[in-house]
Ligand binder design. Structure first.
Ligand code: T3D
Length: 257
């Protein structure tokens, strides 16, 4: 069904693997389309309660395929028609998305990881804002997410100097949630994703929706948004189950409904 990615649902988790290992999973148009589609489908599929995005082979994603950029391309148009919808499909997916950064992430590969809700890195992973090395600016939401995650000054340093940082350095910056050794990387990601897939999915979706808006609204506006979100969460089956389980002193079994 897909040419450039692999996609499989297991135990409530959708595993998406960028699958162009010879090019370190660099983006071509088909890959943008397929990632966008798989995220949009995940939004509609109740079986999916968490998503893991990773790369085949030794890299996570090396950004735009530099051997597939026709001369005279309008990069603004390419971003608007290919990259931006892909990033929006992740941001708008009201389910947790984990970037399992198995190796190097460069250029728009960093942007892709930043657009995810959590980043778990293998000890072999690294991050490089490669855009500047070819005279470009960070794109695909990079200039939106990066300062929000690491702060303005560090974002400036990473984006302008374009130095590669290790998984450990990324952890210190708050860019990644966990770093795992290669031996336990897959099981660490799996356990984390499975844990999220067992949680109250609607509440996670609402947290994601409103955290994504939180830097752009006033306190009064956010108080109202929280009230709206809590009305929805308070009507969910998972809220009933959570309270019931608390009163019965047992672990809740959330259904995501
Ligand atoms: O609209 C638009 O098009 C503009 C949008 C731009 C968004 C962007 O993402 S711009 C940034 C594009 N990406 C880069 O500039 C990164 C280029 N790659 C690298 O800097 C390095 O390859 C890495 C730091 C990612 C990894 O380095 P290393 O030493 O581990 O691997 P390598 O030897 O450089 O690469 C291995 C192979 O993958 C190699 O091919 P070969 O020689 O074995 O046949 C290399 O050419 C290929 N490769 C790596 N990255 C790309 C790539 N091929 C095409 N495009 C790539 N991005």
């Amino acid at each position: 069904m897909y040419e450039t990615i692999l996609a499989e649902v297991k135990n409530g988790v959708l595993w998406v693997t960028l699958n162009r290992p010879d090019k370190l999973n660099a983006f071509i148009e088909q890959m943008h389309k397929e990632v966008t589609k798989v995220m949009k489908d995940a939004a509609k599929n109740p079986e999916v309660r968490a998503v893991v995005l990773t790369g085949a082979g030794r890299a996570f994603c090396s950004g735009q395929d530099l051997s597939d950029v026709p001369e005279g391309s309008d990069f603004g148009d390419i971003l608007r028609t290919r990259y931006n919808p892909m990033i929006q499909s992740i941001a708008n997916l009201e389910k947790p998305v984990i970037a399992a950064v198995n190796g190097v992430a460069a250029g728009a590969g960093v942007s892709l990881a930043l657009a995810c809700d959590f980043r778990i890195a293998s000890e072999k992973a690294s991050f490089v804002e490669a855009f500047i090395h070819i005279g470009l600016v960070p794109d695909s939401g990079n200039l939106y997410y990066l300062p929000r995650i690491v702060g303005h000054a560090k974002a400036m340093e990473l984006a302008v100097l374009g130095e590669k940082i290790s998984a450990e350095e990324a952890k210190e910056l708050g860019l990644v949630t966990k770093v795992a050794s290669t031996e336990v990387f897959e099981e660490t990601v799996e356990a984390f994703a499975y844990r999220l897939a067992q949680m109250p999915t609607k509440a996670i979706g609402l947290i994601k929706r409103y955290l994504n808006q939180s830097f752009d609204v006033t306190l009064d506006e956010m108080l109202e948004k929280e009230a709206y979100a809590q009305k929805i969460a308070g009507e969910s089956e998972d809220f009933k189950e959570g309270v019931q389980a608390f009163l019965e002193k047992r672990k809740p079994a959330f259904s995501g409904k």
